[in-house]
Design a binder for this molecule. Structure first.
Ligand code: KIV
Length: 297
């Protein structure tokens, strides 16, 4: 067997072994340039099916296809070297049977080079998680507020505040952990549930609207960068990029309209000319202003 030397990425086992240790830092990424910027700062990047809303402007995650996940997953893997890359299995690509889930997960892993898939669901998905993990596919679970089940759950409200719902979420988490998942996203649940879950399971919990007690945290990157007007309670904005983008677009529009852009330094002059010196040697006369960071062209 020949071994290719590849950059050291965090593996599912490395993430699994962080249970109770250093907090696991996760964000979403959907495109190469953003993934490249985030790669060194985080432990794990999730190519989430939230790209339906964030990138494509749908109002739920349901319309995402396997082809979309593969295209974005491959872009994120190509752009990164350090973070563990996890790709979501989209709605309809895995719920029917463990075999259907295996085909979808195998395609995602083979065509993107990611190290794991994530799927939503609790007790009802435990058999599928066991089927995948026994066949070499590391699985990250996702319970609590599961966006693919928004129509069943009756909206995006937080969950697990009272008896039966609380017990159900705890049972879901235990079932997914027992089935062999290496980590578990807990979304939009009562703080106590996330804390009890983290204490109960042997795998790391990754909170999003969970609790600081979780072993790690994840946010949708575009939310924490302040690209959307509406953000859920659990989002903290670390930047206000929407304001910066609007301001940049306004400045650009004003300069185009009043003729200040493009300026001479953004404009190509006559190409370099070859001329003979008096001594007969050839020199290059250039009046090409090479632009700031890109040079010619
Ligand atoms: O799709 C996604 O971005 C997610 C995170 C919110 C955990 O599943």
């Amino acid at each position: 067997m020949s071994v290719q030397i590849r950059p050291q990425r965090l593996s599912a086992t490395a993430i699994r072994n962080r249970k109770g240790g250093d907090k696991i830092v996760c964000l979403t990424a959907y495109t190469a340039p953003v993934a490249r910027l985030l790669d060194e700062e985080v432990d794990l990047l999730l190519v989430g099916d939230s790209l339906a809303m964030v990138i494509y402007g749908f109002d739920s995650t349901l319309p995402v296809t396997l082809d979309m996940m593969v295209a974005h997953g491959a872009a994120v893997v190509r752009a990164t070297q350090h973070a563990a890359i996890v790709v979501d299995l989209p709605f309809g690509a895995y719920q029917e049977s463990p075999e259907q889930a295996f085909r979808a997960a195998a395609r995602v892993m083979a065509d993107t080079g990611c190290m794991s898939v994530k799927l939503e669901g609790g007790e009802e998905m435990a058999e599928t998680v066991a089927f995948l993990t026994r066949r070499g596919i590391p699985v990250m679970g996702h319970i609590g507020l599961t966006p693919q089940a928004v129509n069943q759950l009756g909206g995006y409200r937080s969950r697990g505040h009272e008896g039966a719902e609380r017990r159900k979420i705890l049972a879901d988490g235990a079932a997914i952990a027992d089935a062999g998942a290496y980590s578990l996203v807990i979304e939009g649940v009562n703080e106590g549930v996330a804390r009890d879950m983290t204490a109960a399971v042997a795998i790391p919990t990754i909170g999003i609207g969970g609790s600081p007690a979780c072993d790690g945290q994840i946010l949708v990157t575009d939310d924490m960068l302040g690209l959307f007007a509406f953000t859920p309670k659990f989002v903290k904005r670390y930047a206000r990029l929407a304001d910066d983008i609007r301001e940049a677009a306004r400045a650009y529009a004003a300069e185009v309209r009043d003729g200040r852009f493009p300026a001479p330094e953004h404009t190509y002059q006559a190409p370099a000319k070859r001329a003979k010196t008096t001594a007969g040697a050839l020199t290059v006369q250039s009046n090409l202003p090479l632009s700031g960071n890109s040079g010619e062209p």
